[in-house]
Design a protein around this ligand. Structure first.
Ligand SMILES: *[C@@H]1O[C@H](CO)[C@@H](O)[C@H](O)[C@H]1NC(C)=O
Ligand SMILES: *[C@@H]1O[C@H](CO)[C@@H](O)[C@H](O)[C@H]1NC(C)=O
Length: 532
């Protein structure tokens, strides 16, 4: 078991090029017709722990809403309906020449609903009603990546549905999912990495490997399982679940260069929470993975003792048994801080559902305490990487002493403060650190986390906001005034600003015990195919 765990870690962290992960896009009020399925309402008898009310910080919350409106209105003015947005040349672009699939619009809708932006929402939902189409033939350019399309578009539609109860989103979700299902028709059940949505044909990735990595495939399950639950059609559930082999362990040979290891960890926990902790197989996989992370990857810098997560790089021909530790950390890894804290208070609770805010250590199991402490320390380590000229953290840091940067325990490869800068020095408006700050705030009520989040928001306002509208990627976080790259990433609207908003909103918005991922927690009416 241990050896297998090590193998995942190697594979998953190697290419931690990971795209961004996703979690907690919110859904607001439970649909009353499902109310018995809502975890938050089955908590009777646990009122021994008084619920702590976290109140809104109204001026800061509203400043975040104004930033969303500024970013959205520029997109809407210049590029409405396009998948991606280039705010400097005031243009959109699509992933296929045959037209967009609503990447930006669909992904941003749940944030609008959550923020109460009725006018923006009514225009965006009207676009979905009249213009969103999935009969796009990707052959003229690239085909649609199964992973990205699932998390951005299918996930966006499902959270919009849960938030608005507008059945239009379900019809689109079913249409999209049906166009993607053929990609799952492979001997192993592991899906092909891309799909032509018009012809409904799965496409092997030409450059890399034919199949999606197991890590990526696992992250599709939350959306497909939610769709199965909504439609009462088990096909969506089983197709996505077949990715995991019968004994509940991963098909090792299929995990090749597992990028996106980050989302994988998070999804294991979410899988477990999504179905109201009725599937212990996911708990076991999560616990094994976290044990491996602690055994091999958690590190502290020698001087100032900042916590970070190293990578393991295979060495020589026998890469399964020998590897080098690389002391580098992607910004993406900062999601793990919040995920560990959430895992500690759920999977790691001595009595499920009975954990105070902030948690008392005697309420957590031994591994729960370990994960909590690592999460808290890692979040501090991530904040350390914000000690730059802009106050924003770079895409990748090396946790090693450097003569050029004597007062930090880390440096940016190929870069010096003030320039010149390497490629790792960018800040792409990523959400991982603010996502973890949001979770940490909710689980502790410690205002320090709000202070950190506000510092990041102010830095974004100062350095990323463009006078002509929108926000752009920063080329070098260590040089001011900054240079921009012409891209406003979709996840800025759908995640970064959402987590900032939730950090300053009151605690009743998206309670953590009622939502896993963008999707509500439910007790499954469909039985899993495998158990432990
Ligand atoms: C992208 O596709 C959408 C939807 O078909 C369309 O409205 C938009 O104009 C396209 N954008 C570009 C830049 O071609
Ligand atoms: C469930 O969905 C699959 C895929 O779209 C479809 O082929 C099948 O007919 C559906 N089953 C039911 C009972 O609706």
């Amino acid at each position: 078991m241990r050896r297998r765990t090590i193998q995942y870690l190697v594979l998953l962290f190697i290419a931690a090029v990971a795209t961004h992960l996703y979690f907690f896009s919110p859904s607001p009020q439970p649909d009353p017709s499902h109310s018995s399925e809502w975890m938050g309402e089955s908590d009777e008898g646990q009122d021994s722990i008084p619920k702590r009310r976290l109140t809104a910080d109204v001026p800061k919350r509203d400043a975040v809403v104004a930033a969303f409106q500024y970013a959205w209105s520029a997109y809407e003015r210049d590029a409405m309906g396009s998948d991606e947005y280039h705010p400097i040349r005031h243009q959109g672009s699509n992933m296929s020449h045959s037209g967009g699939i609503g990447y930006t619009v669909v992904d941003a809708i749940d944030t609008m609903l959550l923020m109460g932006l009725h006018e923006e929402y009514s225009r965006a939902s009207e676009w979905v009603r009249t213009s969103l189409r999935f009969d796009r033939d990707g052959r003229t350019q690239t085909n649609f990546m199964l992973y990205q399309t699932t998390i951005r578009v299918l996930g966006g539609l499902l959270s919009a549905l849960h938030l608005s109860s507008d059945e239009m989103y379900l019809r689109h979700a079913v249409d999209l999912a049906d166009r993607m299902l053929p990609a799952f028709d492979t001997p192993s059940g592991l899906p092909l990495s891309s799909v032509n949505l018009e012809t409904r044909v799965g496409i092997p990735d030409q450059w890399n490997q034919a199949y999606i990595s197991t890590a990526e495939a696992t992250t599709l399950q939350l959306e497909f399982r939610d769709l199965a639950q909504l439609t009462k059609n088990a096909t969506y559930w089983y197709k996505a679940e077949k990715v995991i082999v019968n004994d509940g362990s991963f098909a090792q040979s299929e995990i090749r260069l597992g990028s996106r290891g980050d989302s994988y960890y998070e999804y294991l926990l979410k899988q477990y929470l999504q179905t109201d902790r009725t599937e212990p197989v996911y708990l076991k996989m999560y616990e094994d993975s976290m044990q491996g992370v602690h055994d091999y990857l958690v590190q502290k810098t020698p001087t100032r003792k900042h916590t970070y997560i190293a990578e393991l790089i295979p060495k020589g021909a026998d890469w399964k048994t020998t590897w080098d530790v690389q002391h580098k950390q992607d910004h993406l890894v900062c999601f793990l801080a919040g995920s560990l804290m959430l895992g500690a208070t759920t999977a790691g609770a001595r009595t499920p559902g009975v954990v105070s805010v902030p948690p008392r250590m005697d309420e957590l199991s031994k591994t729960g305490q370990r994960d909590w402490n690592t999460g808290v320390d890692l979040l501090e380590g991530c904040m350390e990487t914000h000690r730059t000229a802009t106050g924003l953290s770079p895409e990748i840091v090396q946790f090693q002493p450097s003569v050029d940067q004597p007062n930090r325990d880390w440096y940016i490869k190929g870069s010096k403060p003030g320039g010149p800068a390497g490629y790792d020095a960018r800040y792409m408006l990523r959400p991982e650190t603010v996502e973890s700050l949001f979770i940490a705030w909710r689980l502790t009520g410690d205002v320090q986390y709000r202070t950190y989040a506000w510092g990041i928001f102010e830095a974004i306002e100062r350095h990323s906001r463009l006078p002509g509208g929108g926000y752009a990627t920063i080329v070098d976080v260590d040089t001011v005034p900054v240079k921009h790259e012409d891209k406003q990433e979709t996840f800025f609207l759908s995640e970064t600003l959402k987590y900032l908003f939730l950090t300053f909103a009151d605690g009743e918005k998206l309670p953590l015990d009622e939502y896993a991922h963008p999707l509500p927690i439910f007790r499954p009416s469909i039985k899993p195919m495998f158990t432990i």
